[in-house]
Every structure is written in C-alpha cells, then in structure tokens.
Design a protein around this ligand. Structure first.
Ligand SMILES: [Zn+2]
Length: 497
C-alpha cells in the first residue's frame, strides 16, 4: 500500500494530510472537513495553485510543500462573523463603554442604543442557527479536531424518487449558507468547473445566481417558491449522458457569466436578463437523449405532437411552463398579466432558438444588425437574447480543457446510444453519431471551425471583452484537436499497408 502526502493551507496554517491508496472517499472528505473545522452541512472545496477547484477524493494528486493546496469552507453559516463567545466579548465591551459614556455625559447617546439593538438582534440571529449547526456534531470532550462523523455507508441503488428527495433535503439544508466571495466571483466566469460540485450544491449556486441578479426583489419571488421551482427543474432533467442537469447548470452558469462579463445589467432590462437566465435553465427540460432527427424519423409522440417542427425544443418549453403552472413553483405568480405574457413570449423565443436547425438563420440575422446594433431596439434585443442563449448552450469548448474534455465524451456517448438505436430500428444514421465512423478530433475541429468560431466571433464584435474569455479558449481547443486529428491521420497512413 502506498501512502501519499498532501500539503494544504487551511485557516492560514500550512498542514499535511497523509492517507493510503485504499482509503475511502468518505474518509478523505471527513479528514479534510475535520482539518477545516467545518460542520457536516458546510460546503468544502480545495483549490490548487492556479485557483481552480480540485476534487477532494482519494485520487487527489500528491504535492509538495511549495505547491500546497488551499482548503476553504466555501459556504457556511454567517460567514466571517463572530461566534457566540466573540459576541459575549463584544457585548461586554459595549457595556463597559456605555457606563463610561454615562459617567461623562449623563445619558446614553442614540448611536449607542442603536448599536446595542444591532448587537442584540445579531445575537438572536446567531442563536437561531447555532443550535442547528452543532447538533450531534462534535464530541463534547473539547478535542473537536479529531471528532469525525462516521463514514457514510454506500447506498445501494436508490430509486430515483428517493435519490431526488435526498438532493432536495440536502439542498434545503444548505440553501441558507453564505457562499464565499471567491466562489461568487468564480461563478461569473467561464472557467467555473461544474465537475467539482454535487447536485444539491449546484441548486444552491443557481439560487445564488437568481439572488445576485436581484430577481427575487424585482419579480417579488419568495425564496421558497424559487427553491421549489429549481428543485422541480432538477427533477425534470433525465439521467442521460449529456443533456442532463449538469448540462442545464453549465448553460445557466455560462449565461450568468456572460451577463456579468458583458455588463448586460447596464444595457438590458431586468426582465430581459430574467428571460435569458430562466430560458438557459429550462432549455433542455426532459430531453430524452435522442435528437430531433431521430424524433422525426422514428415518428415519436413528440414529433407527432409538434408536427416535426422543433419537437424537442417545443417540448422543453412546454415542460417549463408545466412546472410554472404549479402554484408552489410559480416564480412568475406575483407579476402582472402583461409582465407574464412578455416573459412567456421571451422564453418561448429563446428556448426554440436553441434548435440548431435555426442556427444559420439566427446567426445571419445577428450579423446583419451587428454593425448598427441598438440596445433600445426591440428586435435587436430579441436577436441578441437568442444568440446569448445559443452561445451558452454550446459553450463547453470555451471552458478550460479539463472541464470541456469530459463533456465531449458525454456527448459522443449520447450520440452513440442514438445511432445504435437507429441501426437497431433500421432508421437512417447520422454519420457524426456513428461509433464506427466518427473520430473525436475530427468531429470537434469541424464543429469548432464551422459553428463555434463564426458564432462566438460575431458576439465578440459586439462585446470585445469576450475575445479573451470565450473566443481565445475556443481557438486553443481548435489547435489542440487539430494536432490530435493530424496525429491520428499520420498514424493511419503509416499503419495502412
Ligand atoms: Zn442544451
């Protein structure tokens, strides 16, 4: 058995952890949780020297003292604020100050009464959460560093329903945590790594996005209704290789990032931003894992219902409004009927625009208005919103290679599933989905050349800052896959007789 040593900094101190190759994932998590003195419901992440999040797992790469990781509690209760004992201290000092002022002045100044009432209300707030976070966590022997929650037994094949309820419980349990500024900032960039976050945590991050864009205040959304809505959205994504909840999260997060990078908050109205973010969130709801061509060729129920016209996108949108039809999930319920109509219309347009069959038409329209783009022109705005949703939808290659690469495998897996089924049913097979014909690099180079680059560069003309954030990474991905493509061609040439 080999052991590895991990150097990491936590709470300003450099520490080391040592574990063997046979250690369980739960034990590793518990080890670092104890080191960070974090509570079980807090969210813990490890950062490498580049500031990217790395997975806390037995496969964590060993490092040197100089290249230590940084362990952070990225979401916790009442962050950066005092504990009850600090508060005792504060109250004591305040009391002392008050009696001195009383001696000098004879009365308690207003500002002091105000300060006292702040401290008092803060204490109530602290006490109301503190009892929750300490229940059964630490052994009461003062040796809190060593106390660990017992490793969770691996749950055997939970049924989907039970698994979802677990995610819901966890989501609600951690939804009130304060997410660190660092994570909030990371969330606004295309380098955010979705693979390091669990589903319940992603739901919290989605809640952060809605909150940070002031949607709750602007549209009078109750937090509980938003949480129900987000959870229902999560439930309506299927467990398939690519078009799953992770994809939904990535697209929404990219949209969120684009909104900040392009400073759209100062260029479009709050309603337009809401339409874009919510459309991104809902744009693939209940995706069955087989594309429109399959739906139409196999004459599925969806193709019949929507007369072969964007069957999937029509379905995603219909499912979205089905969720919103439930009062407990209806984040639009406090809007006027005018506002509702406007948002519904906008979401329908944005979600239907994600059908790649519309790609050239939408891109050409955007090209034609680009040079004279006017943010106050209704039609211009509509095209831009569609483009933003489209860009977010196919933005994986704008992410760091380590994040993007697994997505390509997921996509190919879903394609292969489809072509296998098409072969089995005697339906036409798209060559780019055929496991016998497609090669990873060649499929990527043409997709990047003919779809991504033209689309991304057009958007970057309107927002030059995007060059660095999405255009350049896509260029690097093209270079990477071109080299790979050439290598595999050369190899083919030498192995062929
Ligand atoms: Zn999508």
């Amino acid at each position: 058995m080999t052991t590895k040593i991990i150097h990491f900094k936590v709470n300003g101190k450099l520490e080391t952890a040592e574990f063997g190759s046979d250690v369980s994932a739960a034990d590793v998590k518990d080890l670092f949780r104890a080191a960070a003195e974090a509570e079980p419901h807090h969210i813990l992440k490890m950062y490498n020297r580049e500031g990217t999040v790395v997975k806390i797992s037995p496969r964590l790469e060993a490092n040197s003292r100089e290249s230590y990781y940084r362990l952070e509690v990225v979401a916790s209760d009442l962050q950066g604020v005092a504990t009850a004992s600090d508060l005792d201290n504060m109250e004591h000092r305040l009391h002392h100050l008050e009696s001195r002022v009383l001696q000098d002045v004879g009365t308690t100044p207003d500002i002091m009464s105000e300060l006292k009432s702040h401290v008092e209300s803060f204490r109530r707030k602290l006490e109301s959460v503190e009892h929750l976070s300490w229940i059964g966590l630490f052994k009461d022997d003062g040796d809190q560093h060593l106390a660990k929650s017992p490793p969770k037994p691996r749950t055997p094949q939970l049924n989907v329903q039970e698994e979802r309820q677990q995610v819901r419980r966890k989501f609600l349990n951690i939804s009130s945590l304060q997410v660190t500024e660092e994570v909030r900032e990371l969330l606004k960039t295309p380098i955010f790594d979705n693979w390091q976050w669990e589903e319940a945590e992603m739901l919290v991050l989605l809640q952060v996005m809605f909150t940070n864009l002031d949607f709750l205040t602007a549209f009078h959304i109750e937090l509980e209704v938003l949480q129900n809505f987000l959870f229902e959205v999560y439930c309506h994504y299927n467990n398939i290789p690519f078009h799953n909840f992770q994809h939904c999260f990535c697209v929404t997060q990219m949209m969120y990032g684009l909104i900040w990078l392009t400073d759209l908050r100062n260029k479009l109205g709050r309603t337009d931003l809401f339409i874009m973010l919510t459309s991104a969130l809902c744009h693939d709801l209940d995706h069955p894992g087989y594309n429109n061509v399959y739906q139409i060729n196999a004459q599925t129920d969806l193709a019949l219902r929507y007369n072969d016209i964007s069957p999937l996108e029509n379905h995603h949108c219909a499912v979205a409004f089905g969720i919103l039809a439930k009062p407990e999930c209806n984040i639009l319920k406090n809007l006027s009927s005018e506002q509702y109509k406007h948002i519904r219309g906008g979401m329908i347009k944005c979600i239907l625009a994600t059908d790649m069959a519309q790609h050239n038409e939408i891109l050409n329209r955007f090209r034609s208005i680009q040079s004279a783009f006017d943010f106050s022109n209704k039609e211009h705005k509509e095209v831009l919103m569609k483009i933003m949703v489209k860009v977010s939808d196919i933005s994986n290659e704008a992410r760091p290679m380590a994040v993007a690469a697994p997505w390509l495998d997921c996509l190919l897996q879903e394609f292969f599933n489809q072509s296998d089924r098409e072969k089995q049913k005697g339906l036409p097979v798209s060559p780019f989905m055929d496991r016998d014909k497609v090669s990873k690099p060649s499929s990527q180079t043409s997709f990047i050349r003919f779809v991504l680059l033209p689309l991304f560069s057009e958007l970057s003309k309107l927002f030059p800052c995007l060059e660095q954030h999405i255009l350049e990474p896509v260029g690097r991905a093209l270079e990477y896959y071109s080299v790979m493509e050439k290598a595999s061609r050369d190899e083919e040439a030498t192995t062929k007789p």
